[in-house]
Design a protein around this ligand. Structure first.
Ligand SMILES: [Zn+2]
Length: 310
């Protein structure tokens, strides 16, 4: 089993291709770090044009389909063990309460990348009239339908240009999803068309400019294409019809350096001088300080051990 997993990873590695910046589509990477947590050659880079940190080598089309179909559930242990489920459920309840405190009570929601379905179930429990989740991952979708009874409310698909909804959601959520999407700008533009014009878009991503040294190398993952900061996420939102009304970060939060944006459709007054992106050399220094490649807890030795056990 371990052998075939490593073989599959090696195959993925052979099929990685050069990718442009997911933020601005330019091809001007400043290389920061070559390998991801699975020893795949991903070339983590900062875009010299827009400042977004991204993988300048990564998966496309077939390779990506094979990765999410065959490898991702095994690497990420989806579905999680029964004894680990409480954690996912508590996180969903926590998110629901944090978000409701800002946006108030909504009637309708779309959760993009609904995962195991706990957040959608929390919305159902709080009397949302309409709720829909998109979840292309097989084991996660099965859990949402079979265990949480969300059949008819979750679709086994990802968001794309063809996505249509039976209602315009007042709340759209993406929890640790945007960084996986090949063309995140297009996804945001699609959401802008689908949602209630007075609604809220709530996005959570890992913040690359935060302190995440406890995660270390684990942060760098072939499926994470973009590594946003407040600035680069805001730029992408602005470019696709949104402005950010509120940001939140919490100590001891869900994920080290978790960043949550509460965005709405429309424009805010533009600052007279647009803030400059963090200089690539500062970004590089920050990232290299957080990645601890030789750490026994979360560096390459640990990842080799984990892969061998899988
Ligand atoms: Zn860029």
């Amino acid at each position: 089993m371990a052998f075939s997993l490593l073989n599959q990873l090696r195959q993925i590695n052979r099929h990685l291709v050069e990718l442009p910046c997911p933020g601005c589509d330019q091809d001007d990477p400043h290389l920061i770090w070559r390998y991801d947590r699975y020893f795949l050659r991903v070339n983590l880079s900062a875009c010299r044009h827009c400042g977004l940190v991204y993988l300048a080598r990564g998966m496309k089309d077939d390779t990506q389909a094979r990765f999410y179909g065959q490898l991702y559930p095994r690497l990420m242990r989806q579905p999680p063990a029964t004894k680990a489920m409480w954690n996912y459920k508590l996180i969903a309840g926590y998110r629901f309460s944090e978000i409701s405190a800002v946006v108030g009570q909504c009637q309708s929601v779309m959760d993009v990348g609904a995962g195991l379905g706990f957040f959608l179930a929390a919305c159902r429990a709080h009397n949302y009239d309409s709720y829909i989740g998109l979840e292309p991952g097989g084991p996660q979708y099965d859990h949402a339908v079979q265990v949480l009874g969300l059949g008819g409310h979750v679709r086994p698909e990802k968001l794309d240009e063809e996505t249509q909804l039976p209602f315009a959601p007042q709340l759209v959520t993406l929890f640790h999803v945007l960084e996986h999407i090949q063309e995140p700008g297009k996804a945001l533009a699609r959401i802008a068309k689908l949602m209630d014009p007075k609604g809220w878009l709530v996005i959570e991503v890992p913040d690359i400019e935060a302190d995440w040294h406890e995660l270390g190398l684990l942060q760098v993952h072939v499926s994470h294409r973009s590594y946003f900061s407040q600035q680069t996420l805001e730029k992408l939102l602005n470019a696709n019809g949104f402005y950010v009304q509120h940001w939140s970060r919490e100590a001891y939060g869900i994920y080290e350096g978790n960043l949550r944006a509460y965005a709405r459709l429309g424009e805010t007054a533009k600052p007279e001088v647009a803030p400059l992106p963090t200089p690539v050399h500062d970004l590089q220094a920050h990232i290299l300080k957080q990645i601890r490649p030789l750490s026994l807890r979360n560096g390459y030795p640990r990842m080799a051990w984990r892969l061998a056990r899988l």
